[in-house]
Write a protein of this length. Structure first.
Length: 91
């Protein structure tokens, strides 16, 4: 069984926002802390997913550019498939 350690985050918010958060938490039957933690986790997950997707895209773009700039030579299987294709299509 793992032990969950807790830490404290102190935030300041305008009173109207605090009232809105308290109302939303109450309507969900949650404490304000539980509500805020849930919303923070959703926002963090969404942010991390977007950043990871963008980084993957940038990395993939760089890889594709490198492949287009200096393409690999066709291997034996590809040459054989191309020959078979030309024979079948008359190209």
């Amino acid at each position: 069984m793992s032990i969950i350690r807790y830490s404290k985050i102190t935030i300041r918010q305008p009173e109207p926002l605090k009232a809105k958060v308290e109302k939303a938490a109450a309507l969900r039957g949650m404490t304000v802390t539980s509500f805020i933690n849930g919303m923070l986790e959703l926002a963090a997950d969404k942010t991390l997913s977007r950043i990871e997707a963008r980084e993957l895209t940038e990395r993939d773009s760089a890889t594709l550019l490198a492949m287009l700039t200096k393409p690999a030579r066709p291997n034996a299987a590809l040459r054989k498939a191309a020959k078979r294709y030309r024979e079948m299509t008359g190209a």
